[in-house]
Design a binder for this molecule. Structure first.
Ligand code: SF4
Length: 367
């Protein structure tokens, strides 16, 4: 494996995949993308489903918030050297013969040493230099996620929720340091504007890199076999029902009518007119108002009962209800929380999958 590190100003606008002398080059941030979509990009096929303005705004907002995360990390005692956004360092790593991966690390640095956070806040307030840490530098990959994705990442760990970002950070580690060190994924929740991080040990980061490389190697082999032929398409990695296809810029090229068919599959009920939907919404609003008023009455009655119990000096008492005698009593409840950051650092993704399971449910929200 060979690695190179250069600087370039147009690194942010590089395509996700392109043919270069000696093979195929993939952008590090595109390691998890559909291989057929990468092929379309490399063979310069026209985009049929450009991203909507809202998606681009979201993307730009995420990029703009990355320096905010870096500053928050510094205040928490981290030593962080962010990329020069005007002239970022670009690294290229050879994943296998005929396949290179290129990208630009967000930052390098290391977590605070013992007591570093307090010292850092002091230094931040009084304008002193950054705190020092005796640890060696590692790659820090900065992400911004919406509240749901943030929760999923924190609970499941990056290797399960976003394995491509771990592979990306591992690739940068190889490019910057010539070895796969521990890596850090620092993530900002764009809803609550809180941030957290996960440190992934070197061995696990290297495994994520190997897994991603093996997946992309199949595309390099496809290239070696067919040359840069736009007609020789690799298999699809996803179906029209997957979010990857729904957001794919080549959806209509890859699956003409696919998105529509996918929607039709799910439509097994009678069509509902706009008027019926408006009526249903009004009924929902009326029901919500009734529930709210009943909840207020219920809270008021419970408060009165609690004061009655307290005045009696008891924690439990019997009282005649309208049709039976009821027990009124104080209940102590306990909540237990899991420190997912520590759990994720201690256990590999397979062990975590046995402990932290995921259930997906679907519901309709009216806001
Ligand atoms: S539409 Fe889906 S399968 Fe086709 S290239 Fe895009 S992501 Fe891949």
């Amino acid at each position: 494996m060979t690695t190179t590190a250069t600087t370039s100003t147009n690194v942010f606008s590089r395509p996700a995949a392109r043919f270069v002398a000696g093979g195929l080059n993939i952008r590090a941030s595109a390691l998890g993308q559909c291989r057929r979509a990468l092929w379309y990009t490399a063979t310069e096929q026209p985009v049929t489903n450009p991203p909507e303005s809202e998606s681009l705004t979201l993307l730009e907002a995420g990029n703009a918030l990355e320096p905010v995360v870096v500053r928050a990390m510094r205040r928490a005692g981290w030593r962080v050297t962010p990329a020069d956004r005007a002239d970022p360092q670009s690294v290229t790593v050879e994943a296998s013969p005929g396949l290179t991966v290129t990208g630009h690390p967000d930052a390098t640095g290391c977590p605070p040493s013992e007591g570093g956070a307090a010292a850092a806040v002091e230094q931040f307030l009084f304008g002193d230099a950054e705190p020092n840490s005796p640890n060696e530098d590692i790659v820090i990959e900065v992400k911004t996620r919406g509240p749901e994705a943030f929760k999923r990442w924190r609970t499941l760990g990056a290797e399960r929720s976003h394995p491509e970002s771990v592979a990306q950070a591992a690739c940068y580690s190889l490019g910057v340091f010539g070895e796969c060190r521990d890596v850090v994924i620092a993530t900002l929740d764009t809803g609550s504007r809180t941030w957290d991080y996960e440190e992934i040990p070197a061995a696990r980061a290297e495994r994520a890199w190997r897994n991603a490389s093996v997946r992309i190697e199949a595309l390099a082999e496809h290239h070696a076999l067919n040359g840069p032929d736009p007609e020789a398409l690799p298999e699809r990695d996803f179906t029209a029902l997957d979010w990857q296809c729904k957001r794919c810029p080549y959806l209509n090229l890859c699956q003409p009518g696919g998105a529509g068919e996918a929607q039709d599959d799910g439509e097994q009920t009678e069509p509902v007119s706009d008027g019926q939907a408006r009526q249903a919404l009004r009924e929902y609003e009326q029901a919500q108002a009734r529930i709210k008023s009943l909840e207020t009455d219920k809270r008021g009655a419970l408060k009165t009962l609690q004061h009655w119990l307290q005045r009696k000096g008891e924690t439990k008492a019997k009282l005649e209800g309208s049709d039976k005698t009821r027990t009124v009593g104080m209940v102590t409840s306990r909540r237990y929380s899991v420190d997912h950051t520590r759990l994720n650092a201690l256990l590999g993704p397979e062990q975590r999958a046995e402990i932290v399971t995921e259930q997906v449910s679907e519901y309709l929200r009216v806001s």
